[in-house]
Design a protein. Structure first.
Length: 255
């Protein structure tokens, strides 16, 4: 137990989680004093919470620097979560096949609120590789995974998205207006795949296609991505058909 006082336990758990999130987001090991400043929790409480987290393997302390970083318990939990996702296990062999066929980086993404989160990545046999980092979040309106997913939501859900989200421009190619995005989504529904024309990162292009469960419920997107110079306009249709085919096979396997 992190805290024995019953009345304080929810607040204590919140502080512990806040510390854990800060350690994760920092990307580098941190001292207690740095963590204390970042999360606005006094040093003695930080120390006590970190000791509890360390005892369970959620963080670990470097002996020489006394700095804290994430522990391997996080990896165990992440792997358990990923293994529990039926979509990932069913999709994996088809992602591998698609990566071989296209020589591109292939990923599988699912929705988390109004973002797409990658749950798997397979590198193609080529020398140049992209990182669709597992757990990374990507916007919907300017990525292949997001647009492919968004296009097959119900009309009222798309309206909710447009009313709640700012269509932020990330590159000069980002679709910045609701009217243009709606037109794009209509096109995606007809052809069955979305094209990210360097709309989120200027050096990256990608093609994505939706994965469905029973009754045409969209549950994810398959994506093939590569350097912008490697995916030329003339090759998008051919690539789109391959990505769409892989997504269709996965959809049929999911049932």
């Amino acid at each position: 137990m992190i805290e024995t006082k019953r009345g304080n336990s929810p607040l204590t758990v919140e502080k512990a989680l806040k510390l854990l999130e800060e350690v994760a987001e920092a990307g580098v090991p941190l001292r207690i004093s740095e963590l204390s400043d970042r999360v606005s929790i006094n040093k003695s409480t930080c120390y006590r919470l970190l000791q509890a987290l360390s005892a369970r393997g959620y963080v670990t302390q470097d002996v020489d620097s006394s700095k804290y970083r994430l522990g391997y318990k996080i990896v165990e939990i992440s792997n358990a979560m990923l293994k529990s996702i039926e979509l990932r296990s069913v999709a994996r062999p088809h992602l591998v096949q698609l990566a071989r066929e296209t020589s591109l980086t292939v990923g599988l993404a699912v929705r988390n609120e109004w973002e797409m989160v990658y749950v798997d990545q397979v590198d193609g046999p080529g020398v140049i590789r992209l990182e669709l980092r597992v757990g990374s979040r990507w916007p919907m309106h300017c990525t292949a995974a997001g647009k492919a997913f968004l296009a097959f939501l119900r009309e009222e859900e798309i309206e909710d998205f447009l009313s709640l989200r700012n269509l932020q421009k990330h590159t000069r190619n980002t679709i910045g207006g609701a009217k243009r995005l709606i037109q794009e989504l209509r096109t995606i529904r007809v052809r069955g795949y979305a094209f990210n024309n360097a709309e989120y990162q200027k050096e990256v292009k990608a093609v994505g296609s939706p994965v469905f469960r029973t009754k045409r419920e969209v549950i994810g997107s398959v994506v093939a991505a590569g350097p912008a110079d490697n995916i030329i306009r003339g090759a998008v249709e051919s690539l789109g058909k391959k990505v769409r085919h892989a997504a269709q096979i996965i959809s049929e396997a999911i049932g």
